[in-house]
Design a protein around this ligand. Structure first.
Ligand code: NAP
Ligand code: GLV
Ligand code: GLV
Length: 325
């Protein structure tokens, strides 16, 4: 019987399904599994059902001689050493598509909240400071009709673009390659990153975190943006240099930021970004609707099932494990 290690209780009823696939060991506590615990339990594991908070690196793989399948309940795989998994012949399952629209919703929520100063308004009311209607109170930047820059026009980036069309926005995008079908279907225009940053009224980051994209948004990038601009990061905290973002928001280099993700995560309660009124921060809620989290949990279970049986996974992050395409 295969031994399956589950690093966090997933939402819904998926544990029952996993129990039907093998001998389950589940980390039951309501926090990420400590590294030592995972290193110990992985020693006898055939399959791993993990979260984005678990580092699946060379050390962990070396401690897992029997491991045949890894399945993460996330689309992002920056926590996983894909090359080492591929070298071991281990397919890595992830959860694209099922969370695309839900994550695009949170990116748009952050864009509206940061640009229109929604959280500052809520705080104003809660503090009992709402006086007579004030023609100059908390003036922000328009979202409708403005220019949006999307960095990373993948599944979620395109879903953000579809929302932006409904807001009458002009849309620029940047990626490593031009996407001619998206240019035609969504009316988006390619821009090199410096041009996108300079021309956009609002910028949304939706690229994966890789060595190339780490601190893609640094002081030099922020300096190119408009002083009225909003930066939204609904991808990974490591895309943005947090010290540079703090300085830019404090000094008015840009107007506001909306972050679903930070570096590090969780953000320290003492982090200076938390003291800025023009920085809206959510605790990594991009895919956090009930229906979407259950769909992610199910897809991750299906990926693990297929991996343990030696079948091709329906969503594999390292297709090269199956040989050249
Ligand atoms: P995707 O479909 O793979 O899209 C990623 C896009 O980024 C692709 O269009 C890719 O295009 C582009 N890209 C990759 N490397 C790049 C680089 N160095 N410079 C510029 N563009 C680059 O992925 P997705 O499903 O949309 O997800 C995107 C990311 O969102 C995930 O990796 C994850 O980190 C994050 N995410 C966060 C949440 C959340 O809860 N906040 C939820 C889901 C996902 P090219 O290859 O053509 O460059
Ligand atoms: C969430 O951040 C994911 O990558 O699925
Ligand atoms: C605002 O509430 C207005 O009526 O303009």
């Amino acid at each position: 019987m295969d031994r399956i290690v589950v690093t966090r209780v997933p939402p819904g009823t998926v544990l029952d399904r996993l129990a039907g696939m093998g001998d389950l060991w589940v980390w039951q506590e309501d926090r990420a599994i400590p590294r030592e615990e995972l290193l110990r339990e992985i020693a006898a594991a055939d399959g791993l059902y993990c979260m984005l908070t678990d580092a699946i690196d060379a050390e962990l793989l070396a401690a897992a001689p029997l491991l045949r399948a890894v399945s993460t309940m996330a689309v992002g795989v920056d926590n996983i050493d894909l090359a080492s998994c591929t070298a071991r012949g281990i397919p890595v399952g992830h959860t694209p598509d099922v969370l695309t629209e839900t994550t695009a919703d949170i990116a748009f929520a952050l864009l509206l909240a940061a640009a229109r100063r929604v959280v500052e308004g809520v705080d104003h009311v809660r503090a009992g400071r709402w006086g007579p209607w004030d023609p100059a109170l908390l003036l922000g930047a328009d979202v409708h009709g403005s220019t949006l820059g999307i960095v990373g026009l993948g599944r979620i980036g395109k879903a953000v673009a579809r929302r932006a069309r409904g807001f009458g926005m002009k849309i620029l995008y940047h990626g490593r390659t031009r996407n001619l079908s998206a240019e035609r279907d969504l009316g988006v225009s390619f821009a090199f990153l410096p041009d996108l940053l300079a021309e956009a009224d609002h910028v949304v980051l939706q690229v994966p975190l890789t060595p190339e994209t780490h601190h893609l948004i640094n002081a030099a990038a922020l300096a190119l943006m408009k002083p009225t601009a909003t930066l939204v990061n609904a991808a990974r905290g490591g895309l943005v240099d947090p010290a540079a973002l703090y300085a830019a928001l404090r000094d008015g280099t840009i107007a506001a930021a909306g972050l679903d993700v930070t570096e590090p995560e969780p953000i320290s309660p003492d982090d200076p970004l938390l003291g800025l009124p023009n920085c809206v921060i959510l605790p990594h809620l991009g895919s956090a609707s009930r229906r979407t989290r259950e769909a992610m949990a199910e897809l991750a279970a299906e990926n693990l099932r297929a991996g343990l049986r030696g079948e091709r996974l329906s969503a594999v992050a390292n297709p090269e494990v199956y040989g050249a395409p």
